[in-house]
Design a protein around this ligand. Structure first.
Ligand SMILES: *Cc1c(COP(=O)(O)O)cnc(C)c1O
Length: 379
């Protein structure tokens, strides 16, 4: 008997330990992890540098409140702005909170209420972020939603051009829709949205909560496009498993987030900052990111080759180490079967198998995963 609300359809695994790309359950069974806590443990489980940084911080100070200066916040913020189009950072504890902050900041800065987002998007579970999410299943039963949100078709530049005008505060978008099915935004589409935002003084908010922190081979996935977002939100991979989120914003937004305008008790907590600093120091490194890009290309090519004879695979898509295998049928059974075979993968919507290995995955482990996928999908 469980005393937990049944909000999750849980897998039949209780994890005892996890190191690198290996997860070990309570029965001692080992799994190759292509989930990484949903794009969270990007450096693998219990990465020694992150463990060391948190252990050191545990014996110094855990929590002090944002009434105090927190030097580690300055250091992590510096790493984030050096590697993005932003100038200032606000820290919080999760992805939904980062997007919540982005929505608040956009409304306060522009004095407008309308936020455009996209069908099949996912931006979080708080009232504001589920209102921004273009999926009915996330909103079901929670009406009334927040006012002012409209959903446009993804990868449809013409309808975005039509909707973006002076009445709009911001456009919120993922450059690869994660939960919505690993749908990459087309170059022309994303760049047209950014251009239109710029022309109409509309803020461009890129939700990098799943795609950010090196996942696609760049610090942030928007950097594959010629765009310069006003706001970038991150969370998942930022602390390699330690809960932490952040909003990165441009200089012009500074006044709108003045003293007392927004806040969080735990946001930027020293333990979270120690984890984030260690994580970013490893990932925001040219050689590391180049390896991610190369391994991503290798994984993609292997999948395309080995799954080409599958009757159920429609296409393989994504960028870097964020890959979706879109199928003609529901994939729940295959995901379960692969788990029994020792490979942890996710679905993204009913028909897409989603692969999110740790960025430290080896070529041998990629081969191992591809061979299990081939066995399951080519019959
Ligand atoms: C996971 C996710 C969120 C929500 O993050 P939480 O930490 O679960 O609140 C928001 N946007 C995207 C794109 C995500 O993948």
């Amino acid at each position: 008997m469980s005393s937990l609300f049944p909000t999750y359809a849980r897998w039949d695994i209780a994890v005892e330990e996890a190191h690198g790309t290996t997860v070990i359950d309570r029965n001692g069974k080992e799994y190759l992890d292509f989930v990484s806590g949903i794009a969270v443990c990007n450096l693998g489980h219990c990465h020694p540098k992150v463990v060391g940084a948190v252990q050191e911080q545990l014996n110094k100070v855990w929590h002090v409140s944002n009434l105090f200066h927190i030097p580690l916040q300055e250091e992590v913020a510096q790493l984030l702005v050096e590697n993005s189009s932003g100038d200032y950072v606000f820290f919080c504890n999760s992805g939904a909170e980062a997007n919540e902050a982005a929505i608040k900041l956009a409304r306060k800065y522009t004095g407008k209420k309308k936020i455009l987002s996209f069908k099949q998007s996912f931006h979080g579970r708080t009232m504001a972020t589920l209102s921004a999410t273009g999926q009915e299943k996330v909103q079901l039963g929670f009406a009334p939603l927040l006012e002012g949100f409209e959903y446009l078709p993804y990868n449809d530049a013409a309808s975005a051009m039509e909707a973006i005008n002076e009445d709009v505060a911001a456009v919120m978008i993922e450059v690869i829709q994660g939960e919505g099915g690993v749908n990459p935004g087309e170059q022309e589409f994303i760049e047209a949205v950014a251009k239109s935002c710029n022309e109409h003084n509309v803020l461009l908010i890129i939700d990098e909560i799943q795609t950010g922190i090196g996942r696609t081979g760049k610090p942030f996935a928007y950097q594959h496009y010629s765009i310069s977002p006003d706001i970038v939100t991150v969370a998942k991979g930022l602390g390699n498993g330690f809960p932490v989120g952040a909003l990165i914003g441009k200089e012009k937004l500074k006044e709108a987030f003045g003293p007392g305008s927004h806040g969080s008790t735990f946001g930027g907590n020293p333990l979270a900052m120690a984890a984030a600093k260690a994580t970013l120091t490893e990932i925001f490194n040219e050689q590391f990111l180049q390896d991610v890009e190369e391994k991503g290309i290798y994984l993609m090519n292997q999948l395309k080759e080995k799954l080409s004879k599958s009757n159920i695979v429609e296409n393989v898509r994504g960028k870097g180490l964020m890959i979706g295998i879109a199928c003609k049928e529901e994939v729940a059974n295959q995901v379960t079967q692969l788990r029994q075979e020792g490979l942890l993968v996710l679905n993204a919507g009913p028909n897409v198998i989603r692969l999110l290995p740790a960025l430290i995955i080896s070529k041998e482990e990629i081969d191992q995963a591809v061979s299990l996928l081939e066995k399951e999908l080519v019959k």
